[in-house]
Design a protein around this ligand. Structure first.
Ligand code: HSE
Length: 332
């Protein structure tokens, strides 16, 4: 569902990795349907991904895959096409959660496992979606929603299993980190924003980045999944970066610090706000990087750093989820 930057990158990744995916993981995925906002392509024997990418590039819609472009209702495709997994990668909407939430709910009710890179459904309805997945006996994975290809969720959930995470904080939005980093180099806020847009880091609606909504959505996902909290967007105290001035950035630098948009969670409070961070702190990363420090009861602090956005990076997270779902199906 959705064939934008991430969907197309995933198709390219499957094409380039098909041999080693099969030899190393025994996975040979068949994409039996693809839907974008203008139509769909359905082929029970499997779509030719190269031809699908070409159709999208030439005509702007996957409906051009067949000579007679079919305009299917996306929910009917999810319900009626025989498939094991639905990949939800339509654009994030943090107000309504749609169309992603309806896609996810319909897929789960139809008994299909779901991988979502769309943050909207999770940020607005995480607890009820987990319940729905459990009720319908399907797996729900969403690695790509936080950290792009950097396995932030898995690091906390699996590598720190057995310990208790008490607190975590970090930089979860690449666009604002890029803007703040460039301001430190002397670029104005507006100039840095323009630069971020051109590089393709920013959300389609850049207010999602600059007003802290994107970081808040990721914080909600982490709080639910890692800390076991039952929270949604409305539980986050959020301040964006639009009031950060060049003078604030300069004064912080004189103190050996940098201003970063920090998302923090201590199992009671969820906060997103511009915060002064010591430059020697490992979470003080620059450019579009993301970084999160987890503080655990016994194992102390660990920081994970990596690229937090990008089509191929996020597609690699989807593949990780798909391999995990496949492994779990075989274990059952
Ligand atoms: N706009 C987001 C960011 C994209 O800048 O981090 C990745 O979720």
């Amino acid at each position: 569902m959705g064939f934008g930057v991430v969907g197309q990158s995933f198709a390219k990744l499957l094409l380039s990795r098909s041999a080693d995916l099969y030899s190393q993981h025994g996975v040979k995925p068949r994409i039996v349907a693809c839907v974008d906002n203008r139509g769909s392509a359905v082929a029970p024997a499997g779509l030719d991904l190269q031809r699908l990418l070409e159709a999208k590039k030439a005509k702007g819609t996957v409906a051009a895959y067949e000579k007679i472009g079919a305009k299917f209702d996306p929910l009917q495709v999810i319900e009626n096409v025989d498939a094991e997994v639905v990949l939800e990668c339509t654009p994030t909407n943090l107000t309504t959660g749609e169309p992603g939430t309806s896609h996810v709910i319909t897929a789960m009710r139809a008994g299909k496992h779901v991988i979502s890179v769309n943050k909207g459904p999770l940020a607005l309805a995480f607890p009820s979606l987990i319940e729905l997945a459990n009720y319908n006996g399907v797996m729900f994975r969403f690695s790509g929603t936080v950290g792009g290809g950097t396995p932030i969720l898995e690091f906390a959930k699996r590598c720190l299993k057995g310990d208790r995470i008490i607190f975590f904080q970090g930089i979860l939005n690449g666009t604002t980190n890029y803007i703040l980093s460039r301001m430190e180099e002397g670029l104005t806020y507006a100039g840095a924003m323009e630069d971020a847009k051109q590089k393709g880091y920013a959300e389609a609606n850049p207010s999602l980045d600059t007003d802290g909504y994107d970081a808040a959505a990721k914080l909600v996902i982490m709080a639910n999944w890692i800390m076991g909290m039952k929270v949604t967007m409305k539980d986050v105290k959020r301040t964006g970066i639009s009031n950060v001035t060049a003078s604030d950035v300069k004064k912080a630098a004189e103190r050996g610090n940098a201003i970063k948009l920090i998302a923090a969670c201590d199992s009671k409070r969820l906060d997103v706000a511009p915060t002064e961070v010591a430059k020697k702190d490992p979470i003080c990363v620059n450019g579009t990087l993301n970084a999160v420090t987890f503080s655990s009861e016994h194992s102390g602090q660990q920081t994970i750093i990596g690229r937090g956005a990008g089509g191929m990076e996020t597609a690699s997270a989807v593949l990780r989820d798909l391999i995990e779902i496949r492994d779990m199906i075989f274990e059952q």
